[in-house]
Design a protein around this ligand. Structure first.
Ligand SMILES: [Zn+2]
Length: 364
């Protein structure tokens, strides 16, 4: 397997198109065509992690945080980031990361947090906008089923937990083939009227090229007509955070203790909350402090995330229990996601969970 083949397995779960504009998800160091002997999975790439990769002959390191994020102006070895890049290049180790894209999908890092709390009735807390298009096309009635199936196969027609969603209506198409055309029916200069089906399907924008290719490949006409229309809809399957319900409502103190325990926190900090009982819970992996308003807006009783500053916790609505569990603690389970997806899809190379994972934040 090459680096790019392994990347495409991860990107099937977490398409790069879903990363935030400020992010640098993907291959940071190395060649996409390099054959991979083994992959080491981690949250942050440290020098220790690169040495662990060398020791275990892993020539690919997959991390959550990109090694090169805000730019890199020198590689002189003055900072750990620079030494990591140098060491990786010297040893032919590729560095790949899946960051805000794997934060934004079902089955991603926030979903792992929801798993820890056994939340039920889950949905995305802040659905992403602007990543859906509508494809409208027309096919001769007797070919409509084949075309529709090809569109679904290429990734069209998913709405929430439903697949194969489409709207279909019968009508009449007209056309006249010009000189040089090779019409499916009729002759040059002949005005045709054909019974056709109009089909509408929703498509994630990053799959629109693939879906249009499938349409052209299966459609019997030389020039299939289709419209790709950008949608202002939110995508309920993509976005930051997960909202859900506790299997059983809990008193605030009991909930705090459970959170501390399941995320293996040395300590947690939390806002002042006047609500006695917690039932509806929102979670967000990483620096989610700025999104507590979204949790309040959907009526969550508690919001579990990380990186809250003093005034952020101070100013939170007292009807919301905001809990800071630590950035590392909220995200470290990402390595389990990488492990599960890679071991399920391919067994041709070694996948190792890094043993030198370290929380850079210490507690006393
Ligand atoms: Zn993070």
């Amino acid at each position: 397997m090459t680096v790019s083949q392994i990347a495409s397995i991860i990107e099937e779960l977490a398409p790069k198109a879903y990363q935030e504009s400020y992010d640098n998800t993907g291959l940071c160091v190395g060649s996409a065509t390099q054959e991979v002997g083994g992959a080491l999975l981690c949250l942050d790439v440290t020098e220790e992690i690169v040495h662990e990769a060398i020791a275990h002959k892993c020539n690919l390191i997959i991390s959550h945080h990109p090694v090169i994020f805000g730019g890199l102006k020198q590689i002189t070895g003055q900072t750990e980031q620079q030494r990591v890049v140098r060491l990786a290049i010297k040893n032919d180790i590729a560095l790949y990361s899946a960051h805000t894209n794997i934060d934004s999908v079902r089955g991603g890092v926030s979903e792992k947090m929801a798993d820890r709390l056994a939340l039920t009735n889950r949905s995305i807390l802040i659905p992403q906008k602007g990543n859906l298009v509508k494809l409208v096309t027309f096919a001769p009635t007797r070919h409509a089923e084949k075309v529709r199936s090809a569109l679904f196969e290429a990734g069209a027609g998913h709405i929430g937990a439903y697949s194969h969603c489409s709207y279909n209506a019968s009508g009449t198409g007209t056309f006249m083939a010009g000189e040089g055309a090779q019409p499916f029916v009729g002759k040059w200069g002949e005005l045709r009227q054909e019974p056709e089906e109009r089909m509408e399907v929703i498509v994630p924008e990053h799959l629109s090229g693939k879906v249009v290719s499938a349409l052209i490949k299966t459609h019997p006409y030389e020039e299939p007509a289709f419209d790709l229309v950008p949608l202002a809809n939110v995508n309920p399957n993509v976005g930051f955070g997960i909202l859900g319900k506790l299997p059983k409502q809990m008193e605030v103190n009991a909930f705090l203790k459970q959170v501390k325990q399941v995320f293996k926190c040395s300590s947690i900090k939390y806002s002042t909350c006047t609500k006695p009982i917690i039932s509806k819970v929102a979670v967000m992996s990483g620096s989610g402090a700025g999104f507590s308003g979204a949790a309040s807006a959907v009526g969550a009783d508690a919001y579990v995330s990380a990186d809250f500053k003093y005034h952020e916790l101070q100013n939170i609505n007292t009807q919301l229990l905001a809990i800071d569990i630590g950035h590392y603690e909220s995200e470290v389970a990402v390595i389990e996601i990488f492990y599960d997806v890679l071991t399920k899809k391919c067994s041709k190379f070694v996948v190792r969970l890094a043993s030198s994972l370290k929380n850079p934040i210490n507690y006393l």
